[in-house]
Design a protein around this ligand. Structure first.
Ligand code: FAD
Length: 621
């Protein structure tokens, strides 16, 4: 199936040729899976994305959500696609069959979800909230809570959210004011206002279960005193049917720049003093519990970025091949020259290759991280499990922030490729750009992700996790250096890698001294550099595999000795075009991005303090 959302060949390449996910199928947990099954599932996902989700994408944007008489209504077309999504078993496809799932490895789910994110990310936020909240109950809930809430949520009957943010408590969740008062029967009366709650209210389901962060009266201030409660929109009776309205009133639905089909709500809990919540897990464990949901949501946000970026790139390539404009630069003095498709112009080619390299690199990074979670689940020893788990922890802020940040640039370049048409709503790229922006804000802004990486993740397990990823890159470099074709480009990867290590060590030393503000100040550029080096590594690794495959094909066709014949093969054999594209993306990334890493690291090490020292008054006059 061809589509303008995702490069399915590249998906397969990363899954099977680069990551070798068949390793998973050797385990008991994933023994029922095979390459054929994975490809079949991925195709089904693509069909749903293209035929069902995509047609509702522009609708959702135009119609948006409606707030009427205190109730929220989703775009009309979302009802039909929600039904199809649930019927297809996608809501909890990775969960165990015991709770209604299909037990899909997460990396396979990611490949399936990529086309869906590319097709309609605002819609997926309803499903994501449901799944995430149910997962939390599965992990921390009592049997009673599971029976009461979880199964209905996994079945797509009831919605779910995550309620952290308040007017005075955004990044600083510990400042929250929502309170929980103990009731004689062990439950709690919840009072407070949460804002910006995704899927906070909607008409897709008759009930919504809100995991809500609140402080039990008398508990200490800050994050240490926060607990988490399950607060249903309608209370649930003993027999499982819906009971009384639980005093959660929707105050507002936000009017936003993008993701207009996703309802972002202000929720007032207990205005009438009649909102009842049940403790989830133990008291004062709220942040720890919510972090489980947030971590997987952060990876999903990375997927959202990838979804927009891949769709924007695929559309831009198609447009560039069709739009005829201007004569080629080498014919500029020829009055008889004909205008050509804009893909012939070097500046457009450069943009497209920048987009391709980032999309494919981010895809590899995200799939790898999901694969690490799967490996955690099948690890045979505690050491091995810790290694995979540590990689996931370390890479989560990079997946979230790097992917969302670069995805915006990819979408922006896509608009540039379309020219003025890209800025108009006749084409989808402007919607991708608007919808993509939120990914750098929610689930912890990208600035906070960078602080998480530098302040916590680099040093976790005494630096063992970051050393693991570094040694992975180092092994690649050793292997890559043997390939003549890539030698000059690998030198840039090696230089960037050494500069990153040097900067990381520098940060570690500063962290122990009064100079700790420098890593804090430079956390965002550090994360970008870290991401660039990892992406560069994945792209180079891919180029190495591509090189081997190309050599085999050239040998089979007997064209090893002729450059011209090798080029000619591109038109005959799409595999040759694909592998040469992998090669080109890696080389371009090395020269265009990695070659600057050393100087960027040096600039950070220079230790300029002016952003900190400059007076507030000097920022504006
Ligand atoms: C469409 C949408 C959907 C959302 N969905 C949900 C949801 O479902 N559930 C939910 O609970 N929340 C949700 N949010 C809230 C979102 O997570 C917050 O907006 C985000 O965490 C930032 O909080 P804030 O808006 O209060 O910004 P602030 O905390 O006021 O931050 C403003 C700026 O200051 C920076 N900043 C703040 N503190 C620091 C610091 N210590 N160091 C460095 N920089 C700092 C931030 O990075 C940011 O750039 C959603 C928001 C939107 C817009």
């Amino acid at each position: 199936m061809t589509n303008l959302l995702v490069n399915t060949r590249d998906q397969q390449f990363i899954l099977f040729e680069q990551l070798g996910i068949e390793e998973l199928f050797k385990s008991e947990k994933y023994a029922d899976f095979s390459k054929e099954i994975v490809l079949m599932m991925r195709n089904e996902a693509e069909k749903l994305a293209v035929n069902v989700l995509l047609p509702a994408y522009a609708d959702g944007d135009k119609e948006g959500c409606t707030f009427k008489d205190g109730k929220v209504y989703v775009p009309a077309s979302f009802h039909h696609i929600f039904k199809r999504y649930v019927e297809g078993g996608w809501l909890c496809s990775n969960e165990s069959p015991d709770v209604g799932g299909q037990g899909l490895p997460l990396v396979v789910r990611a490949a399936c979800m990529e086309s869906m994110f590319a097709a309609n990310s605002p819609f997926l936020l309803y499903a994501g909230g449901m799944h995430g909240a149910a997962r939390l109950i599965e992990e921390y809930g009592t049997d009673e809570q599971k029976n009461k809430y979880m199964y209905n949520m996994y079945a797509g009957k009831w919605g779910g959210t995550m309620c952290l943010t308040e007017p005075g408590a955004g990044t600083d969740v510990g400042a929250l004011k929502t309170s929980a008062k103990r009731l004689p029967d062990g439950r709690f009366s919840v009072t407070g206002t949460k804002i910006f709650i995704t899927s906070g209210d909607h008409d897709l389901c008759p009930n919504i279960i809100h995991p809500v962060l609140a402080r039990i009266e008398g508990d200490p201030p800050g994050t240490a005193g926060i607990s988490i409660f399950l607060v249903p929109k309608y209370r649930v009776k003993e027999d499982g049917t819906l009971g009384k309205f639980n005093d959660i009133r929707t105050g507002n639905v936000e009017h936003k720049m993008g993701i207009k089909g996703s309802a972002t709500c202000t929720l007032n809990f207990g205005d009438e003093g009649d909102c009842i919540g049940e403790l989830l897990g133990k008291e004062r464990q709220g942040m720890r519990i919510m972090f489980q949901m947030m971590n997987s949501s952060r990876l999903e946000v990375g997927m959202q970025g990838l979804g927009h970026a891949t769709a924007a790139y695929e559309h831009a390539v198609q447009y560039a091949k069709e739009r005829i404009q201007s004569v080629p630069v080498w014919e500029i003095k020829n009055p008889g020259a004909k205008a050509v498709p804009i893909i012939q112009h070097p500046d457009i080619r450069r943009k497209l290759l920048w987009m391709k390299a980032h999309v494919e690199g981010i895809r590899a990074l995200l799939y790898f991280t999901w694969f690490c979670i799967d490996m955690t689940a099948i690890s045979r020893s505690e050491n091995e499990r810790e290694k995979w788990h540590g990689l996931v922890d370390l890479l989560t802020p990079v997946c979230k922030a790097y992917s969302s940040e670069k995805a915006q640039l990819v979408c922006s370049y896509a608009i540039d490729v379309y020219g003025g048409y890209g800025y108009c709503s006749d084409y989808p790229v402007e919607q991708y750009f608007r919808d993509c922006k939120i990914a750098s804000i929610y689930e912890g802004t990208n600035g906070i992700q960078a602080l998480d990486l530098v302040g916590r993740k680099l040093g976790q397990r005494k630096g063992a996790d970051v050393m693991n990823i570094f040694s992975e890159i180092n092994s690649s470099i050793v292997k890559l250096k043997r390939i003549e074709e890539l030698k000059r480009h690998v030198a840039y990867l090696e230089e960037a890698y050494n500069a990153l290590i040097d900067l990381t060590v520098h940060f570690a030393q500063l962290g122990k001294s009064a100079g700790f503000l420098m890593p804090v100040l430079n956390a965002t550029p550090y994360l970008e550099i870290f991401g660039d080096v990892i992406i560069g590594h994945f792209l180079m690794q891919a180029a190495c595999i591509a090189d081997e495959k190309l050599n085999t094909i050239y040998k089979e066709k007997g064209v090893e000795e002729s450059k011209g014949k090798k080029r000619a093969l591109i038109r005959e054999d799409p595999e040759v075009a694909f592998y040469q594209g992998k090669n080109a993306a890696a080389k371009f990334f090395a020269v265009d991005i990695l070659s600057h890493v050393k100087s960027r690291c040096e600039a950070i090490k220079f230790g300029e303090r002016v952003p900190i020292e400059m007076a507030d008054e000097s920022f504006t006059y």
